[in-house]
Ligand binder design. Sequence first.
Ligand code: NDP
Length: 327
Amino acid sequence: MATIAYKKMLGGQKMPAIGLGTWMSTDEQELERALNAALEAGYRHIDTATVYFNEELIGRVLSKWISSGKIRREELFITTKLPVAGVHEDRVELFIKKSLEDLQLDYLDLYLIHFPVASNYVGAPITPPDQLKVENNDLLAVWKKMEEQVDAGRTKAIGLSNFNQKQVERILKNCRIPPACLQVELHVSLQQKELVDYCHKNDIVVVAYSPLGNPSYNNFLKTVGQDGKELPNNLQNPVVKSIANKYNKSPGQVLLRFLIERNIVPIPKSVTPKRIEENLNVFDFSLDLEDMEKLRELDRGEIARICDFAFFPPLKNAPEYPFSSQL
Ligand code: NDP
């Protein structure tokens, strides 16, 4: 079993320095096999969200592992997220309780506000785009309710996802419990140096979603009736491939190690047991300074953003839309 490093979080908790992503994993058999393979390989950190519609299945698998004595609850690190439909001071408790029930857990390790936007969106294609509405809810009031979930013991830590620097700063300046984590898109083509430095300076653990550059994103867009877009081809990048050859590692392992060297926690998603294991085996080598520099040069900035959430059309005009707004 691979040995995984841990990242200390504000509040004293320890987050395993790599996790398993589960977005777009809704096929029951496939996800069950993936979770079993991941837990066998040594993953202890699992990332999900209400809008991934897989919390119940994850709950069933975890409950089998815990009740059979193969794993203790305290060894696991489970993150889930408050959906945009829950971004309202009266709805946080409702949504976290539902996640806990579906995951069959007494507490979460980390609960994130999924997106700094409130809306009636409960998931595609459930809410047709022409019926989407944006609400102007107060994120500070929502954060207060997030803090109350820690007080009530429903989650050990709370954090943010898809917030830009200004939005994180606003929470930090007006909170009782600071966000322990920011989860954003991060990979070799979109390195977000300024945001990462800001978080690290404020002891916020940075978690990288789409750490490989999600090669299946265009398939997802088709399922929600959107056209594909040009994706950064990180896994096929010749610089990444040549560094992988040098260390006798795969391109995926180099992309994940690059993030780990930057003190960032990647959560690669895979339902393929061989890749699940491969993605975890990134703690037995390190990249030298010259290779780190070559990888840093692959940053293309905003143009390489995959997950711009253009699939919620009206949200692009929301005042809190994270990637354009400076609120
Ligand atoms: P990833 O960058 O993790 O890419 C996942 C894709 O890469 C899958 O198609 C997978 O295929 C393939 N893959 C995995 N490992 C390898 C490998 N070693 N070599 C080649 N291909 C590989 O993208 P995600 O967008 O899924 O991001 C990871 C996780 O981050 C999500 O699953 C989710 O938990 C979280 N996330 C959070 C968001 C947020 O708003 N907070 C937004 C997006 C993601 P296969 O499964 O077929 O093996």
